[in-house]
Design a protein around this ligand. Structure first.
Ligand SMILES: *[C@@H]1O[C@H](CO)[C@@H](O)[C@H](O)[C@H]1NC(C)=O
Ligand SMILES: *[C@@H]1O[C@H](CO)[C@@H](O)[C@H](O)[C@H]1NC(C)=O
Ligand SMILES: *[C@@H]1O[C@H](CO)[C@@H](O)[C@H](O)[C@H]1NC(C)=O
Ligand SMILES: *[C@@H]1O[C@H](CO)[C@@H](O)[C@H](O)[C@H]1NC(C)=O
Ligand SMILES: *[C@@H]1O[C@H](CO)[C@@H](O)[C@H](O)[C@H]1NC(C)=O
Length: 946
């Protein structure tokens, strides 16, 4: 009866909350007088140096070509002016133009790295945010850049780079469909009489390729796994899920660059704008960006807003430099003002700084220490760490006699002078107060920026300078916070964050944290703990026990192997930082125990940390990260939603089914840490199901101020590594332009629409594992009061029409199915809904929904909603019957959307736009033609062009 070509299956939960956010990425790219500057292309330290000789010239050529493509596509408003290719430190035989200053692989805009098996050699952009949010990075593989064959499937590098750039920079999305995708199909049906898309003699419906284009795209439909096989069709006449579209090489269409499988032709050089945009296409872009064209979204970016960077006559040839990563320099700028005595801050800072110097700061980096109160003075000049001697000598310079006022500018000025003429310049500023003596931060700001320093900041306690985050924001470096009652080890994690942030070590020398206890205070005479060593880690396992007083630990820690053997040999003791260290060269897999005898003084604490290197240097380990997705300088939850995002990957492969708990420590020291279970099921805050990015909205606030974050990730019997999509039924046979060599892995189906494909047969179980990770802080202003409900339900993104029941005197009944949103974003229960049915896409935008004609409202009984089981907490699939009182006509496509409301009346954004097609076989009476006329009218403009 009902043909609903894009209906998602019930098993796919898709809900997301959309609110405007301007998130600052760590990228330093700026658009200055039409030229992008500071674009960084990072080459992974996992790649052998022998790749450089072929890769670097190809990357340069790609950038030059891409700059021209970008210039055309932006209508002469932007090109790439200044680009650095940063190579690993270990590539010592490759010619360079300079050393890296701020450039690093881990913070590069475009990463050249081994494949993510989910995408294989297809370039992609990681963007876990919403429409208009910047992405994390673009990923391209060496094979894609070197082997021309991939251009046939994924588009040529220059054009693809511009397409990915649009996603990374302006937060737009693909304008294509995906084979088998429940939301973004390759083909979509058109209103019958208006259709001018591709038709097949067997079809009852007319349909179009799911792209944005200014004119008809020529091509053929074939099975995705074999270009010579004709497609099969559904009984309604739409191509089957395995059918894809192979465009001809010779096209006349100018748009859209975002339809990337089509871009191998010399045409398709423009983005769709409001004249060429097709808001009815079922693309990710339309779904996520409220039906707006790519061009409209771009124009809202600060690059182009208010006529910034207007069209210019000529682009410039990009200036491309190759730079090598280098050993970083760090200047610690420590607050020694009077207030540092509060809550033992001075002593806590001393211990954390000493432990960092003694155990964490990387070998061959250089460190200087500056103290400031009303003035600044030097505790230690820049000293290169060559071993224990330098570590101890630096650590012993940190004393605890503090006094006087606060001149942050004086401390920073000294750091600027110390770093004069150095390469990778990092400052870690730790302060607990507002500046009250000159020089001020503002007095040194210009110098800090022009000399490209990175200033990470740590706010200690609740009264640190309000604008501290501006420093991090302007220099694109992280801000941290530690409250006075912190038990989560946040102070030491901030130090670690500063020295691991831009370190791009090859996997075999990158330590992975597998366990971190909170600070433990106990009156017991002994303490026992355990940690898990999984199959991917275990080399140089390093167990550290820290105490605030040496006397608190009666005898150093003992480790017990999984088989019960006690590890003999005393722990190494550092009597400056009070740290016991046990190193196990090759730790057995399994659960280890640790034991320690204590002085029974419950005013003292111990704290344990375990880290290890990957077990097999050639097998990538499981690594996790966590962060708040929000502007660095602060945000009010009343203005925009805040997401918490964690990544769980083995190398570049997503891990499915991990248990990820984020702990958020609020500024209110009497409130306990808030726990969020982050999800990777495409629900709520999570953009794509199964991509190894776990997300949740932040919905609980305890006061104004800075929040810190930490995540605990566990794997078990239900978690696995996604090693790629299911294989094709048979390998692609030789097609017209197809060449293949056995070592090329090509997935002719682009990835990924709304879900990441997964092959249970090739996925590898992770077994039990644990990881700990912490992130930079979040500054919250004007949070809702505890009794104030201002957060709306999140956007429903998986609405679909599951059934349509024929006409009676009351109208037609539609069964709608969706995943329940929350009361506050993805927390709690929504309490009311509004549904609309229309043929007019603008009626279903965020702006249009409230103003659409009353005739588009779908009817239901309030009592039925209460009794239907629809009003349930976030995350359940619900079904509900609504009635359409107007006329429905066969041969017609209809659009349906909803808005959810909470009991305080806060309204969610409009849901995804579901559609259904009434095919001819549906025996409905032919009534008044009003609706289809409206539909025709709205579509006429677009289809008359095709
Ligand atoms: C760059 O453009 C030239 C000329 O059109 C073309 O031959 C070359 O293949 C392009 N290279 C890349 C990497 O895009
Ligand atoms: C491509 O299209 C153009 C313009 O329609 C035509 O002149 C040209 O011959 C075509 N080339 C091929 C290879 O079909
Ligand atoms: C791992 O341990 C070995 C042997 O003690 C040592 O030589 C090596 O430097 C350690 N590796 C790292 C990255 O610390
Ligand atoms: C993994 O952990 C679970 C729960 O902690 C435990 O029951 C199971 O035995 C562990 N599996 C292995 C292989 O260690
Ligand atoms: C919707 O209505 C139909 C026809 O009355 C009924 O069979 C079906 O169970 C209803 N579905 C729901 C979810 O209430």
């Amino acid at each position: 009866m009902l043909s609903s070509p894009s209906a998602p299956s019930l098993s796919v939960l898709l809900v997301a909350c959309l609110l405007p956010v301007e998130i600052v990425a760590f990228s330093r790219v700026e658009l200055v007088n039409n030229g992008y500057e500071n674009l960084v292309i990072g080459i992974s330290p996992s790649l052998p140096e022998s790749e450089g000789a072929t890769l670097i010239p190809v990357i340069k050529e790609m950038i030059k070509n891409a700059s021209e493509v970008l210039f055309t596509a932006t209508r002469r408003r932007a090109f790439f002016r200044d680009v650095r290719i940063v190579i690993p430190k270990s590539w010592s035989n490759t010619d360079t133009d300079d050393v890296a200053v701020f450039e690093s692989f881990t913070e590069s805009d475009l990463r050249i790295d081994n494949p993510n098996p989910v995408y294989e050699n297809q370039p992609y952009t990681r963007q876990p945010g919403e429409c208009r949010d910047p992405g994390d990075f673009i990923h391209m593989t060496p094979a894609y850049l070197k082997e021309e064959i991939f251009s046939y499937y994924y588009g040529p590098p220059a054009k693809v780079l511009v397409m990915e750039w649009a996603r990374l920079r302006w937060g737009v999305y693909d304008e294509i469909g995906y084979s088998g995708d429940p939301k973004y199909p390759i083909f979509f049906s058109l209103p019958r009489e208006e259709a001018s898309g591709r038709t097949d003699v067997r079809s009852q419906v007319e349909y179009q390729v799911n792209v944005c284009t200014d004119t008809y795209i020529k091509g053929k439909e074939r099975m995705w796994f074999d270009e010579t096989l004709m497609c099969t069709y559904t009984h309604e006449g739409l191509p089957d899920d395995d059918c894809v579209f192979f465009p001809d090489a010779n096209q006349t269409a100018k748009s859209s660059l975002m339809s990337f499988p089509l871009v191998f032709s010399d045409t398709l050089v423009e983005f769709c704008d409001d004249h060429t945009h097709n808001s009815l296409a079922k693309t990710k872009h339309n779904d996520r960006c409220d039906g707006q064209s790519v061009w409209e979204v771009m124009l809202q970016h600060s690059d182009f807003k208010a006529n910034a960077n207007p069209a210019t006559s000529n682009s410039e040839e990009p200036n491309i430099k190759v730079v090598r990563e280098t050993n970083p320099d760090y200047v610690l700028v420590l607050d020694y003002s009077g207030s540092m005595s509060t809550a033992n801050r001075m002593v806590r800072l001393q211990l954390a700084a000493q432990r960092w110097l003694l155990h964490e700061v990387p070998l061959y980096s250089s460190v200087a220490i500056v103290r400031f109160d009303s003035t600044a003075s030097l505790l230690a000049p820049l000293t290169k760490i060559e071993g224990e001697t330098e570590r101890k000598s630096l650590a012993s310079q940190i004393h605890t006699s503090n006094n006087g006022g606060t001149s942050i500018g004086a401390g920073l000025k000294m750091a600027v002078d110390l770093l004069e003429g150095r390469a990778d310049k990092n400052v870690f500023l730790i302060t607990d107060g507002e500046e009250n003596e000159a020089p001020m931060v503002a007095d040194v700001m210009d110098e800090i920026i022009s000399k490209k320093l990175c200033v990470s900041t740590l706010a200690l306690g609740g009264n640190a300078a309000k604008d501290l985050e501006k420093l991090g924001d302007l220099t694109k470096c992280p801000s941290y916070t530690v409250n006075d009652n912190d038990v989560s080890n946040a102070l030491e994690n901030a130090f670690e964050g500063v020295s691991t942030r831009q370190l791009s070590a090859s996997p075999e020398e990158s330590f992975i944290k597998i366990e971190e206890t909170p600070k433990i205070q106990t009156a017991d005479a002994t303490y026992e703990g355990s940690f898990l060593v999984d199959s991917t880690v275990g080399r140089n396992l390093t167990f550290r026990l820290k105490a605030d007083a040496k006397s608190h630990v009666i005898s150093g820690p003992t480790l017990v192997k999984p088989d019960g053997t006690i590890l003999q040999g005393a722990a190494d003791f550092d009597d400056i930082g009070n740290v016991w260290t046990v190193v196990v060269p090759d730790a057995e897999e399994g659960t280890w125990q640790w034991k320690v005898t204590l002085s029974q003084d419950s005013s003292k604490y111990i704290q344990a940390t375990v880290q290890a290197l990957p077990r097999d240097p050639n097998d990538a380990p499981i690594v996790t990260t966590v962060k708040f997705l929000a502007p660095a300088t602060g945000v009010s939850p009343k203005d925009q939603s805040i997401k918490i995002i964690a990544t769980v990957m083995k190398g570049n492969s997503p891990i499915r089914g991990a248990n990820v708990i984020a702990y958020v420590t609020p500024p209110d020291i009497t409130a306990s840490a808030q726990e969020y279970e982050l999800l990777d099921n495409g629900a709520g805050a999570d953009a794509v199901s199964g991509d190894g990015i776990y997300s949740r909205y932040m919905t609980t606030f305890a006061g104004e101020g800075r929040y810190s974050i930490k995540a605990l990730v566990k794997g078990g019997s239900s978690s696995s590594v996604n090693n790629g999509p299911p294989p094709p039924p048979s390998f692609p046979s030789a097609g017209r332009r197809r060449r293949r060599s056995a070592d090329l892995s090509i997935n002719p189906r682009p990835c990924c629409g709304s879900i990441v494909p997964y092959d249970p047969d090739t996925a590898t179980p992770t077994g039990n594992f644990t990881r700990v990770s912490s992130g930079s802080s979040l500054k919250v202003s004007d949070p809702p009061a505890p009794d104030e409900d201002i957060l709306p339900p999140c956007k429903v993104t998986d609405l679909h029409v599951a059934e349509l029941y024929g006409q009676d005197e009351g109208g037609s009944i539609l069964t709608l199915v969706w995943t329940s949103p929350g009361d506050d974003h993805d927390e709690g229960t929504a309490s009311d809904y509004t549904f609309r049915l229309t043929g007019v896409r603008p009626d279903l935008t965020n702006k249009g929904f409230g103003e659409a004609p009353a005739s588009t409202l779908l009817q239901f009984e309030r009592a039925a909603l209460n009794e239907s089981g629809v009003l349930v907490p976030f995350g359940s699939s619900v079904a509900f019957n609504v009635t359409y009182r107007g006329d429905l006509t066969f041969g017609t496509e209809y659009l349906v959307a909803l808005k959810a409301k909470d009991e305080a009346g806060n309204e969610s954004p409009v849901s995804n736009v579901a559609s259904f097609f009434l095919d001819q076989k549906l025996a409905l009476p032919t009534w008044a033609d009003e609706l289809i006329k409206t539909l025709k009218k709205s579509n006429a403009e677009f289809f008359s062009k095709t």
